[in-house]
Design a binder for this molecule. Structure first.
Ligand code: GTP
Length: 287
C-alpha cells in the first residue's frame, strides 16, 4: 500500500466503524521496530479503548532489547507481550490479558446478575506486521489471508476464541509514520514496505551501519569479514563491507567486480530471515 492522506482518512474511518463493535483493542507491533511500526496517531484513533500491546515476530528480535521494550511500554501504562504469531508462542497469554482489561465490566455484569458475554476484540496494526497470522493462530485455523507482502488483508464476522473472547475477523489497518527517514529505513529493513518502492543500497547501508554498531560479531561471522569499518561516516568503508558480502556469496559481475545491488539484497534478505541472528533495530532511549 502506498499511503496518501485520502487512504489514511479511509483507514481511520474503517477503524472507527469497528471500534463501535468492540470492547478492547489488541495493538500489534513489530518487536524489531516497536516504535517505527507504531501508528503516530494511535492514541487519538483508539480514543481511550482499553488496549494491550503485542510485540510480534519476537522470534526475530533481540530478546534482551525486547525485555527493555516491555519495560518501556510498562512505564507508559501499557502491558506489552512478546509473541510469535507464526508458531503461536505466548499467544495463549492473550486471552487472560484481554479478560483482565475487561474485568471491571465482567464484574459489573456479574453484580447485576447478568451472565457476562465474551469480550469483543479488534486487532490493529500496520501492513505486514502479522495481523492475519495472529487472527488465524487465535482462531485455531486458517481464516484470514496471509502473505509476506504488505496489503494482503481483505473484507466482518466474529471469530470465537474459546467461549470468552470474540475477535473481529478483519483487522484494523494502520499506517506507519513516514515523515522520519530513519523510520522509513527501519520499516524497509524489516520488510514492512514494498520492495519495489525502495532503494536497496540505501537500506543495506543503514543495515550495515547499524549491525557494525550493535551486532558486529554476527556480521563478521555470517559474511567472513575480518575487519569491520571504524569510521561509519565514511561511505567507502561501508561499501567495503558490501563488497565482502558480495565476494562471500558470489555476487560478482564480469570483470570480477562485486554486484553491489545483489550484495545489498543478500544483506536485507538475510536480516529479514533472521540469518544474521536475532536483531532489534530500535533501542529504547537511543532514539
Ligand atoms: P497485511 O495483510 O499486509 O495487513 O499484513 P498482516 O499484518 O496481516 O501480516 P501477515 O499475517 O500477512 O504476515 C506477514 C508476514 O509475516 C507473513 O509472511 C507471516 O508468516 C510473517 N509473520 C507473522 N507473524 C510472525 C512471527 O511472529 N514471526 C515470524 N518470523 N514471522 C511472522
Amino acid at each position: 500500500i502506498q499511503w496518501f492522506p485520502g487512504h489514511m482518512t479511509k483507514a481511520r474511518r474503517q477503524i472507527e466503524d469497528k471500534l463501535k463493535l468492540i470492547d478492547i483493542v489488541i495493538e500489534l507491533l513489530d518487536a524489531r521496530v516497536p516504535l517505527s511500526s507504531r501508528n503516530p496517531m494511535v492514541d487519538e484513533i483508539l480514543k481511550g479503548k482499553p488496549r494491550m500491546v503485542l510485540l510480534n515476530k519476537y522470534d526475530l528480535a533481540d530478546s534482551q532489547l525486547t525485555a527493555e521494550w516491555v519495560r518501556y511500554f510498562a512505564e507508559q501504562g501499557l502491558k506489552a507481550l512478546p509473541i510469535d504469531a507464526a508458531t503461536g508462542t505466548n499467544v495463549k497469554e492473550i486471552l487472560p490479558r484481554a479478560k483482565e482489561l475487561w474485568a471491571h465490566k465482567i464484574e459489573a455484569q456479574l453484580r447485576k446478575g447478568v451472565n457476562p458475554r465474551a469480550v469483543r476484540a479488534l486487532i490493529v496494526g500496520i501492513p505486514n506486521v502479522g495481523k492475519s497470522t495472529l487472527i488465524n493462530q487465535l482462531a485455531g485455523k486458517k481464516i484470514a489471508a496471509t502473505g509476506d507482502r504488505p496489503g494482503v488483508t481483505k473484507g466482518q464476522q466474529w471469530i470465537k476464541v474459546g467461549t470468552e473472547m470474540d475477535l473481529l475477523d478483519t483487522p484494523g489497518i494502520l499506517w506507519p509514520k513516514f515523515e522520519d527517514q530513519m523510520v522509513g529505513l527501519r520499516l524497509a529493513a524489516t520488510g514492512a514496505i514494498k520492495e519495489e518502492l525502495l532503494h536497496m543500497d540505501e537500506i543495506a547501508f543503514f543495515v550495515i551501519k547499524y549491525m557494525v554498531k550493535h551486532y558486529g560479531a554476527a556480521l563478521q561471522e555470517r559474511f567472513g569479514i575480518a575487519e569491520l569499518p571504524e569510521d561509519l561516516d565514511d561511505p567507502n568503508e561501508v561499501v567495503k563491507v558490501m563488497e565482502a558480502v558480495g565476494r562471500k556469496r558470489g555476487a560478482i559481475v564480469s570483470g570480477g567486480k562485486v554486484d553491489l545491488d545483489k550484495a545489498s539484497l543478500i544483506i536485507i534478505r538475510d536480516l529479514r530471515a533472521g540469518k544474521l541472528g536475532r536483531i532489534t533495530l530500535e533501542v529504547p532511549g537511543e532514539l
